[in-house]
Design a protein around this ligand. Structure first.
Ligand SMILES: [Zn+2]
Length: 501
């Protein structure tokens, strides 16, 4: 074991025997509005650096901001979906600090007057419901992005110069802050992960964000502290920044529990600080110390009017809320007749939408699940993108099943049809024609093949005549081989038994 205190950890199990974790999760979500929060600049991801900027988001002297109505509406809808109260009146504030990728040297944010407060969400962990309190949902703007050039790590240390891209500066950002999450014990990592996954589903169903953790449009900060027992005062917390995948949320909680427990068990103390998460090594390292409370010199933004949503507007927005994800899952499960385990597989594979759309195109739920979760999931495993990126649509999957149902192809041939569609050979119908996959329905050709198989294996034929029907398998196999799989095996069996009875 290394002697460097920062890297000493206790096993997660040992840590939990001695300490009780408390978490706080702060999720930042970039809204997918067409324009920025306070100006008309575009917000498209991945554009050439500094091509989506203007005097307002570059903070040139004299430029004045105007609030984006769509961003305010999206924030209110998020608040309503998280069971929050919506403020009748609130203001933006200036949060003053210096950072090179923040052109104004202050961030326009919300401080003591958030737009949404006092909500909650219920998340499911192993069939048990855990209620997580939402302290606030507020609106702010994103910063630009620094790029440190010349070093090996991409961090400022060791770099020889830095570049700044302001395209992201001013994109509307919503921050969702939980109340302290206590009493979860060993389930803390699962709860954190389930909460972020739940939030992602809710935000996706609202259509307010791309919620792409890999692109940074959904980012999570994990606050964590330990105390000797649930009745002790809260311990000193650390804030691990920018944990950017669901798996990392789980791992970051686990690592901080183990690291803080080792410190405390060794008689040390936890430093209040922000920490960096390292996806590759699964550890956190110290960032900015927060031992001295930072003074952001907040004050109300004088260049913007207050936000005062009236009751009618809020109710109008409430009427636009989609069915909550958990309710939708229950409804679909009942419609489809899946058991809990099957439904968990579907959700886990990210196939809920795909199956819903395939069923809407006429396939049965069982067939839709079969193709997406077995054949197509296996093909998706070999690619980076997952099921949604496969070059086949729910309508095409439904068409493949319709071909099976009509008896024109069987399941084995259907797999080849899927391959053909994925390879860009056209619609399922076109692949069947192009590859010559249609089953032989010509009874004459089938009967001739059956006769040849019987003649080719008199011993087996004799057994079947003697009543050993199970022996028919060998002859069916021979016929199917001759027909290159393009025959209805059940019909072949019938023909064989007719002839040998
Ligand atoms: Zn702008």
């Amino acid at each position: 074991m290394t002697t460097r205190v920062a890297e000493t950890v206790l096993s997660f199990e040992d840590a939990l025997e001695r300490f009780d974790p408390t978490m706080g999760l702060e999720v930042h979500v970039e809204l997918n509005t067409a324009s920025k929060m306070f100006c008309g600049c575009a917000t498209e991801f991945g554009a050439e650096p500094n091509t989506q900027v203007c005097p307002v988001c570059l903070a040139l002297p004299g430029a004045l901001p105007v609030s984006n109505r769509a961003a305010i509406e999206a924030t209110i809808r998020i608040g309503l979906a998280l069971n929050c109260d919506i403020a009748e009146w609130c203001r933006m504030a200036r949060k003053n600090y210096f950072y090179p990728d923040m052109p104004k040297n202050f961030q326009t944010s919300q401080y003591d007057e958030p737009l949404c407060v006092e909500g909650y969400v219920d998340v499911e962990i192993d069939g048990e419901t855990v209620r997580i309190g939402i302290e606030r949902v507020h609106l702010e703007e994103d910063t630009g992005k620094s790029l440190h050039v010349g070093g090996s790590t991409g961090r400022i240390h060791g770099a020889d110069h830095s570049l700044v891209d302001y395209n992201r500066a001013g994109i509307p950002l919503v921050e969702i802050v939980t109340r302290p999450i206590e009493g979860t014990g060993a389930k803390a990592p699962d709860v954190a992960r389930a909460y972020v996954a739940h939030l992602r589903d809710v935000l996706q169903s609202l259509g307010v964000s791309d919620v792409r953790m890999d692109q940074g449009s959904l980012r999570c900060d994990v606050n964590l502290s330990l105390r000797p027992s649930p009745s002790a005062p809260l311990g000193t917390r650390t804030e691990t920044k920018n944990v950017n995948s669901l798996r990392s949320v789980d791992r970051a909680v686990r690592f901080e529990v183990s690291r803080q427990a080792a410190l405390l068990a060794g008689g040390g103390r936890v430093t209040q600080e922000t920490r960096h998460w390292h996806e590759d090594t699964g550890v956190t390292t110290p960032g900015r110390s927060k031992e001295q409370a930072e003074d952001y010199r907040y004050f109300p933004e004088p260049d913007l009017v207050p936000i005062a949503p009236d009751v009618a507007w809020v109710e109008q927005l409430r009427a636009t809320l989609p069915e909550p994800p958990a309710a939708r899952r229950s409804r679909l499960q009942a419609d489809w007749g899946f058991n809990d385990l099957e439904m968990r597989d579907v959700v886990g594979a990210g196939a809920l939408d795909l199956i819903e759309r395939t069923v809407a195109e006429g396939a049965s739920a069982a067939a839709a699940k079969k193709w997406w979760l077995s054949e197509l999931a296996r093909r998706a495993n070999n690619t980076a993108g997952g099921l949604h990126e496969l070059a086949i649509s729910p309508a095409q999957v439904a068409q493949v099943q319709a071909l099976v149902d009509s008896g024109r192809i069987n399941d084995t041939l259907a797999r080849q049809v899927l391959d053909g569609v994925l390879a860009g050979e056209g619609s399922p119908e076109e692949v069947v024609t192009g590859r010559g996959l249609e089953m032989v329905s010509d009874e004459g050709a089938l009967a001739a093949a059956v006769d040849r198989a019987i003649a080719g294996d008199p011993a087996v034929a004799e057994k079947i005549r003697a009543g050993k029907v199970a022996a028919a398998g060998a002859l069916i196999g021979a016929v199917m081989k001759e027909m290159r799989g393009q025959a209805d095996a059940a019909r072949v069996r019938e023909l064989i038994l007719e002839r040998l009875s």
